[in-house]
Design a binder for this molecule. Sequence first.
Ligand SMILES: *Cc1c(COP(=O)(O)O)cnc(C)c1O
Length: 389
Amino acid sequence: MISSVLPTYSRAPLSFVSGSGSWLVEADGRRFLDLGAGIAVNALGHAHPALTKALSDQAGALWHTSNLYEIPQQRALADRLVDLTFADTVFFTNSGTEACELAVKMARKYHFERGAPERVEIITFLGSFHGRSSAGIAAAGSEKMTHGFGPLLPGFTHLEFGDHDALNAALTDKTCAVMVEPVQGEGGIRPLPDACLKGLRDLCDAHGVLMILDEVQCGVARTGKLFAHEWAGITPDIMMVAKGIGGGFPLGAVLATEEAASGMTAGTHGSTYGGNPLGCAVGLAVLDHVAEPGFLDEVSRKAGLLRQRLEGLVAAHPDVFDHVRGSGLMLGLKCKIAPADLVNAAYAQELITVPAADNVVRLLPPLTITDDEIAQAVDRLDRAAASLS
Ligand SMILES: *Cc1c(COP(=O)(O)O)cnc(C)c1O
């Protein structure tokens, strides 16, 4: 008989009942050190007092009114994002894949309104992940995500990640946009080198093509900058955000320049829940925290510490690990064994990690992880690796 929960996930036999900071408590009382953070979502860890307060204060005042009315929390969060980034305007969603939907619609509408309705083709990259909506799976295009789901949304060209020659050849007068993750997450923590991102920006400019960055996983301070593209010194036209921005509350956003957003006039897009007071109150608390002076430097410092310890771990277990890669606190351990084996061995050490494609195990700790917790995490990984070799 089918499970009452649609069986689209193969789940680990763990049920967590509470959390605090970098720790999750299992129903049986075991305390797990969390280097997954709900897949890069709990940016400030579990039960952060400022987020709990923002949510419960808002819950006591007003949950939902709809976008038929002004939503002050939404305006405040949009103002804050506009202040802190390249963007002139923001639309809020409930998830990353909804952000992908709007990014695609916005880019196509931009060209349509400028008299180039034939510009619909969006270039994306192999190994990418943009969520599970029809546009999201068509954008990523992998067999695993699209198989059996009938006609795909047309207008996507998939290229090898970082192949400039292929990109040059693929840009035509039908190209609408390039959509790329500055650091691929699900694809196996594959950072696009800064020079590539710069080159991509130049190519987009030269061809009148919009640059859409998917920072759903790598954004919101994860790499040590508020958004990962800042490392390359470029700005996109449109950016997808989700995961960390809500700190665990479902919240996503599309950020855009005024120019790129110019086709999106009243009535062209909407969402019942997107930008509701609860999500935006939490998002504002997250952003206030990560934008505090010194926060990003701390992320980078701790990332350096974790990375250094991981290099030592890789050297100590050459039969288990190939190398470490990634950016900031978005790190991947490229394995020589099946990543699921390492993830399971880590569970046995009460440590949470997340598998990814390309034989990689992801480490995406809360950005608030302490030095001591980093040391404990690496000790646990060391024991997990030792149990496998
Ligand atoms: C998780 C993710 C998405 C999809 O977000 P959902 O909230 O699961 O819809 C899109 N893009 C990237 C890069 C992601 O990591």
